[in-house]
Design a protein. Structure first.
Length: 249
C-alpha cells in the first residue's frame, strides 16, 4: 500500500513539473516584427505604391523645369534626388506605427515578451527595405529623365544611399513611435524629422552630387561619408536607449 502511494506521489510530482519554454533569440524577435510589417504592407501596398508614385511624379515634373545638360543642374542633382527620397520616405514612415493603432495592436505588441528595442529595430528594418525599394525604382528613372550616368560610380553611390537611407529610417521610425497617438501625426512627423536630418541630408546631397558628376569619394569629400556613418551610429544608439520610454512611458 505504501509503495503504491509513493508511486502515485512520484507520478504527480512528475506531472506538475512545468515544461521549459523554448527561448527565442533577439534576432528572431526582430525578424518576426520585420516580416510582419513587410507582409502587412505587401497585402495592401498602400504606402509603397503612394511613395513610388509620388517620387516618379516629382521626377517627371522637375524634368520639364530644368535643363539636364546645364551646369547649374549638375550642381544640385544630388539635392533633387535626396529631396525626392525624403518626401517619399515620409509616406512610408508615417505608416510604421500608425497601422498598429487599429484593434489595439500596439498594446498587444507592447504586452508581448518582446523588448522595445527589438520592436523598434524590426520596424526600422521593414521601413528600410521599403525605402530601398522606392529608391531602386527612382534612381533609374532619375538617370533616364535627367541624362545622368549613375552606374559609373555604382558602388560608392550605393554606399552613400544605404547610409543616408538608414539615417532617414532611424529618425523617421523613432518619431513615428513618438507621434503615433497624435491626431495630426501626418503633419508632425515631417516637422520633427527634417530639421534633425539636415546634417545627414547635406552630407548625402554633397556626396551624391559629386558621384553623379563622376568625382569619386576622395580626401576632399570623405568627411561627408564619415559624418553619415557617425550620424547613423549615434542616432541608432539614442533611439534604442529612448524607445522604451517613448512607447511605454
Amino acid at each position: 500500500m505504501s509503495s503504491e502511494l509513493r508511486t502515485a506521489e512520484a507520478g504527480a510530482a512528475v506531472r506538475i513539473e512545468p515544461r521549459a519554454r523554448p527561448r527565442t533569440s533577439l534576432l528572431a524577435k526582430i525578424w518576426t516584427i520585420t516580416a510582419k510589417d513587410l507582409r502587412s504592407e505587401m497585402r495592401t501596398k498602400e504606402a509603397l505604391n503612394a511613395s513610388i508614385a509620388f517620387s516618379l511624379v516629382i521626377l517627371v515634373l522637375f524634368s520639364f523645369a530644368f535643363d539636364p545638360s546645364s551646369d547649374q543642374f549638375q550642381e544640385f542633382s544630388g539635392g533633387l534626388l535626396w529631396l525626392v527620397f525624403s518626401f517619399a520616405g515620409a509616406l512610408v514612415l508615417n505608416r510604421s506605427f500608425a497601422r498598429e493603432t487599429q484593434n489595439d495592436c500596439l498594446d498587444g505588441l507592447l504586452a508581448a515578451p518582446i523588448p522595445a528595442a527589438a520592436l523598434f529595430l524590426g520596424k526600422a528594418f521593414a521601413n528600410f527595405a521599403l525605402l530601398i525599394a522606392v529608391e531602386v525604382v527612382s534612381i533609374p528613372v532619375f538617370g533616364l529623365f535627367y541624362d545622368v550616368h549613375w552606374a559609373g560610380q555604382f558602388g560608392e553611390l550605393a554606399l552613400v544611399t544605404l547610409l543616408g537611407t538608414w539615417a532617414l529610417t532611424v529618425i523617421g521610425t523613432f518619431f513615428s513611435a513618438l507621434t503615433v497617438n497624435l491626431r495630426m501625426r501626418e503633419l508632425m512627423l515631417p516637422t520633427l524629422v527634417y530639421p534633425l536630418m539636415i546634417p545627414a541630408l547635406m552630407a548625402a546631397m554633397k556626396l551624391t552630387t559629386d558621384l553623379l558628376a563622376g568625382t569619386p569619394i576622395n580626401a576632399e569629400n570623405v568627411f561627408g561619408l564619415k559624418l553619415l556613418a557617425g550620424f547613423d551610429f549615434i542616432f541608432t544608439l539614442l533611439s534604442l536607449v529612448m524607445i522604451d520610454t517613448v512607447l511605454v512611458g
